[in-house]
Write a protein that binds this ligand. Sequence first.
Ligand code: RFL
Ligand code: PHB
Length: 389
Amino acid sequence: MRTQVCIIGAGPSGLLLSQLLHQAGIDTVVLERQTREYVLGRIRAGVLEWGTVELLERAGVGARMHAEGFVHTGTYLSAQNRGFRIDFDGLIGKKVMVYGQTEVTRDLFAARDAMGGVVIHEAAGVQPHGLETDAPFVTYTKDGTEHRIDCDYVVGCDGFHGVSRKSIPSSVLRTFERVYPFGWLGILSETPPAHEELIYANHERGFALCSMRNDHLSRYYIQVPADEKLENWSDNAFWDELRRRIPADVAETLVTGPSIEKSIAPLRSFVAEPMRWGRLFLVGDAAHIVPPTGAKGLNLAMSDVHYLHHALIARLKDNEDDGIERYSETALARVWKATRFSWWMTTMLHRFPDQGVFDQRIQETELAYLESSVAARTALAENYVGLPF
Ligand code: RFL
Ligand code: PHB
């Protein structure tokens, strides 16, 4: 088989890139290791920057998002059970969309199907070859048969554990990493959200987050030690701990119920440089991971797609190389800013194992400064709603 762009991974970044390239008349094939049901079973990000919203609109997948998503014009921070608001709209005239990654992915699959896009599921042993030549190709096995796709470019949208980044020689690849000594225990429950906006809570017992998917589906997280076992947390134990960490008035009215999903996610910051090697481009989690505290992971994947789809269209339609030559540098500049913001939010809001009374006071003062300073709140708002593409 031959295609112009072979995309590895059918997460949100692979599907969106394929959709935007197809709209421009460029042929793609998407290779995905998992089944579609598995991909759609993953519960991940919940907040879309407005730049992401506009990109999804342009890709023709905005209708359900606008009908079912919630526009939020602010968010709450909380320190020791008392919350205060960051008013995005009042501070910088911007907003975000609360619409789950699972739904974004579902909409993108539907759009790919409607356009006759090729997404090959259960592709095993995917391996790119000849990335330094003018004739790269990708091999994989499906139903016991080996296949080969010849292409002009290969794009790695295959997440942190994918094969693409590993194809770049170690003499070329530089990685930067911080692993945090805690994770997030998250639950999804068919209960009304605790509050109309998100609440990010700092507490001496650890961080907590109240989020949502819709009017009757809530998403909550609490910080747990990095080596915590899921089986240690009954639903009741989770609700009790969440109540202790969030604003007192919200805890009082919190509606609880059985969890329909429960999982622990580790927290890490990771950046790989460069994001291009020969005819291979890295996009999204394949190149970088941020802790979820700033709600940046999915949004960064989308901004990478923004830069790369323009660059590939310029190259394949107009023979213009500038965009692909500059892709890595352009994408990384924005990646590092989001990496900084996510690290800062994480550091400000979590309890570290070796944290002493001095560090606790510094965190409380950082939050008090945010509450009292328009300048500080504006800087947070500007980063949270998303820096321009
Ligand atoms: P994805 O979504 O990981 O998709 C990658 C796809 O590639 C496939 N794949 C392969 N296919 C073929 N061959 C191989 N060798 C392959 N290896 C992997 C995978 O099956 C998958 O379908 O990456 P993408 O598209 O870059 O999207 C990035 C986002 O998914 C990610 O940034 C966010 O979900 C991160 N993230 C969160 N971000 C937030 O903003 N808020 C959150 O609450 C949040 N929670 C999370 C998260 C990431 C998690 N991970 C990665 C474990 C919770 C979790 C548990
Ligand atoms: C979520 O709803 O899953 C969510 C929201 C905001 C975050 C992280 C996760 O910062």
